[in-house]
Design a protein around this ligand. Structure first.
Ligand code: PEP
Ligand code: MG
Length: 548
């Protein structure tokens, strides 16, 4: 929503993270309005292209190296393949001959890329079609390098406030996070995955502001995550106030953080003596170090689907195994709860070619997809089981809504165990199995489900949207759950009583777990664990220690 103040440049939305930011705004993809005109003679264009190509190859190899040490082998291999495609002789010759005809380097790269992708797509093979997307990506890389060399370099090297109509989780995981001061999206709600990623990155964000004109691209703006407000071309006095407030806020935050850090390694025990586990929610292996340095006693939710998003094909068992093993080893015997693939709805991987649905949140997602395309599920389960030999891993299944689904999942896990055993591969034969409570059905039949599992973890983001029939992506209705949480509390209590009856444990891994105004209420209904994004770990621990 835009409001009229003296400047008319204020937009209101939902504040996702509490910080503030000041900087230039940049619209997602705004750098793609390229100037494709030929700039110089074919000879000079040839030189421009060859230099850009070399730089792009080096950059890509560098990314592959970084991916290997931070995300995993699978992602590293993708970039290595990209580097190889860049150096492909036929591709380079095709670009050079187009340049000879008088095209700019950008046009020649784009046209050659299109030609090669079309040939691959026409072969009708799933693997080769995925390579076609790789070719588009690498051409984009060369064009970016060519353009950055001309005029975008300075602008692109500055951190900015990212503005986008909406940001899918796969777009978000591909962003260079070191460049982003804050997010603003036209759509979305506090529990959309974009918001969750913004929280994990600890950067200020506002969602659901409605449309902002692209004419503002490149303007200075003040983003206030506390009030859910972005002011474009703010008055000098507002910027001055912001800088002052920021300095004070930083000082207070530093003092509070010092206190929280001092209790970081103490168990989180309430005043009445109950020990609560404080775990971290993460989306990729690179977040583990942050979780450890902020006192996480375990990983309560690994959103494993994020490793399936920033890529063009399904990860192999080996790639998944390497990533899970790395996390388990880094956590040194502390619990790592791997949620099995929860893809679908807003988390789409194009290579899965999922059909468009009228109501994707109520559709083919999570465990429904995995029980249908069992090879995908089994590959992941085998990888998790193999990694369980290197740490303390638990399997958690998302979106369970019937007893039958859970029994089928357990059967598949058993069959994977037998397969590994027959091959003499080690795994934890007593691996914990849990489910997410995120459909009202699962809470209502939690007494039946509790008999089958070791733990429940409540996904309050989905549990809220399904209980209140309020789309978590839709900012016009998502607030209903935040203001009225009684129905959710009752459902969680049902699940809590049920699992305790069977001797298991229950945690919260949805965003409610980080809402300090609800901590006491959650503890009162018997919650044993709170799993939150890394930047919230210290605060939640402090709040638990101050609760009854
Ligand atoms: C949830 O639904 O609360 C949850 C933790 O899962 P996700 O946000 O990834 O859907
Ligand atoms: Mg969920």
């Amino acid at each position: 929503m835009s409001i009229d103040d003296a400047t008319g440049n204020v937009f209101l939305g939902i504040g996702v993270t509490n910080g503030q930011a000041y900087g230039k705004i940049k619209f997602l993809n705004s750098t793609y309005n390229y100037d494709f005109k030929a700039r110089s003679s074919p000879n000079e264009e040839r030189q421009r292209f060859l230099l850009a190509l070399e730089e792009t190859v080096n950059k890509t190899k560098e990314i592959a190296k970084r991916a290997r040490s931070t995300i995993g082998e699978g992602e590293a291999q993708i970039f290595e393949i990209h580097a190889m495609l860049l150096e492909d002789e036929d591709f380079v010759d095709s670009v050079l001959s187009l340049i000879k005809t008088g095209l700019s380097s950008e046009e020649a790269v784009e046209k050659s890329g299109e030609k090669y992708s079309n040939v691959l797509r026409a072969l009708g093979d799933e693997y080769l079609s995925a390579r076609a997307t790789d070719i588009k990506d690498i051409c984009q890389g060369i064009i970016d390098t060519l353009q950055a060399k001309n005029d975008k370099k300075e602008e692109d090297s500055e951190p900015y406030i990212l503005v986008a109509p909406d940001l899918s989780p796969s777009e978000t995981v591909k962003l260079d996070k070191s460049k982003i001061l804050g997010f603003v999206t036209f759509e979305g709600s506090a529990t959309s995955h974009t918001s969750i990623l913004a929280k994990a990155m600890g950067i200020p964000a506002i969602v659901g502001v409605g449309e902002i004109s692209k004419n503002y691209d490149g303007e200075l703006a003040l983003l206030d995550g506390i009030r859910g407000r972005i002011t474009i071309r703010p008055k000098e006095i507002d910027v001055w106030e912001y800088k002052n407030a920021k300095a004070k806020e930083n000082k207070l935050a530093r003092e509070h953080e010092r206190y929280l850090r001092s209790i970081m390694h103490r168990p989180a025990v309430t005043k009445s003596g109950k020990k609560i586990l404080i775990y971290a929610n993460i989306g990729e292996a690179s977040e583990v170090d942050g979780a450890i340095s902020n006192g996480a006693e375990g990983i309560g939710l690994l959103r494993s689907e994020f490793m399936y998003l920033a890529r063009n094909n399904l990860p192999s068992e080996e790639e998944l195994f390497i990533a899970y093993k790395m996390i388990a080893e880094k956590m040194q015997g502390k619990r790592v709860v791997i949620r099995t693939l929860d893809i679908g709805a807003d988390k789409q991987a194009t290579y899965l070619n999922l059909e468009r649905e009228e109501n994707p949140a109520l559709g083919y997602r999570g465990i429904r997809l995995c029980l249908d395309r069992q090879e995908i599920f089994k590959t992941q389960i085998r990888a998790i089981l193999r990694a369980s030999a290197y740490g303390r891993i638990s399997i958690m299944i998302p979106m369970i809504s019937t007893h039958g689904e859970l029994l089928k999942c357990k059967e598949i896990i058993k069959s994977c165990e037998v397969e590994l055993k027959n091959k003499g591969i080690n795994f934890d034969s007593k691996i914990e199995i849990g489910i997410m409570i995120e459909t009202p059905a699962s809470a209502i039949i939690s007494d039946i489900l509790a008999k089958e599992v070791d733990f429940f973890s409540v996904g309050t983001n989905d549990l809220s949207q399904y209980t209140y029939a309020a789309d978590r992506q839709n900012s016009r209705v998502s607030g209903i759950c935040e203001e009225n949480h009684e129905a959710i509390i009752r459902l969680i209590k049902m699940a809590s009583d049920a699992i305790h009856e069977e001797g298991g444990w229950i945690g919260i891994c949805g965003e409610m777990g980080a809402d300090l105004s609800l901590t006491q209420e959650l503890l009162d209904i018997g919650i044993d664990e709170l799993s939150v994004s890394v930047p919230y770990l210290l605060g939640v621990r402090g709040k638990v220690c101050a609760s009854n």
